[in-house]
Design a protein around this ligand. Structure first.
Ligand SMILES: Cc1cc2nc3c(=O)[nH]c(=O)nc-3n(C[C@H](O)[C@H](O)[C@H](O)COP(=O)(O)O)c2cc1C
Length: 202
């Protein structure tokens, strides 16, 4: 089983170091409802512009409602279905485009919703679970299937479960699972004082 810890210039929070997007999920080990509520609580306590909490999540647990999980699964692109088939929890992440308090456009709804989703992913790690976010799904299909109102943008789906052995994956996915994780050098995306000026480590 891979751990693929982040390599960092200086130590960072342990949960951040451990988070990564595995594709090999344990096909039989269930996620408890207590764990699911814990994931939702972590997302709920994300910060948001004006405290608007613009996110809405739909959670499907294959062990509680197999038919609905299957309907959500059927909205994924085929490539993702190849590995998500083993994950017991599926989540849809949506962002409100309108502020609740004044019905005006919310330019930060997607920003806040991304923060809530990352909170959920990190909570998964702290529970010993894995979470893998996906853009590869049919947003129009899932909106229609589950009646997501137009003012909410379907941002991502997330697969959650216990990590499994790489042997559950086909050869192409196994190769990805075993490949090292990569990031651009710190100074390429993090500037100091001016645009394009790489941050200095000392
Ligand atoms: C918004 C978003 C969409 C993604 N879409 C997919 C996807 O459709 N399929 C997939 O296998 N991985 C998907 N990923 C996972 C990324 O490929 C992964 O996060 C990235 O390669 C960095 O790897 P790490 O999460 O292990 O650090 C997505 C991640 C994010 C945040």
């Amino acid at each position: 089983m891979q751990h693929k810890l982040a390599t960092t210039a200086t130590p960072i929070n342990d949960t951040l170091t451990k988070r990564w997007s595995c594709r090999a999920f344990d096909a039989v080990k269930p996620v408890s409802q207590d764990q699911v509520i814990s994931l939702a609580e972590a997302a709920r306590w994300a910060p948001s512009c004006f405290g608007d909490e613009p996110w809405r999540f739909i959670i499907w647990n294959r062990n509680r409602d197999t038919a609905s999980w299957q309907r959500a699964f059927d909205c994924l692109v085929e490539w993702n279905q190849n590995w998500v088939k083993n994950a017991p929890i599926l989540i849809l992440v949506t962002a409100n485009s309108i502020f609740r308090k004044n019905d005006k456009p919310n330019a930060w709804g997607q920003y806040d919703t991304g923060a809530a989703a990352e909170n959920l992913c990190l909570q998964a790690v702290s529970l010993g679970l894995m979470a893998h976010q996906m853009g590869g799904f049919d947003a129009a299909k899932i909106r229609g299937e589950f009646g997501v109102p137009e003012q909410f943008t379907c941002m991502a789906m997330i697969a959650v479960g216990y990590q499994g052995e790489e042997t559950v994956l086909n050869d192409e996915l196994k190769e990805l699972e075993l490949a090292p994780r990569e990031r651009t050098a710190l100074g390429e995306h993090f500037f100091e004082g001016a645009w394009g000026s790489p941050i200095q480590k000392k």
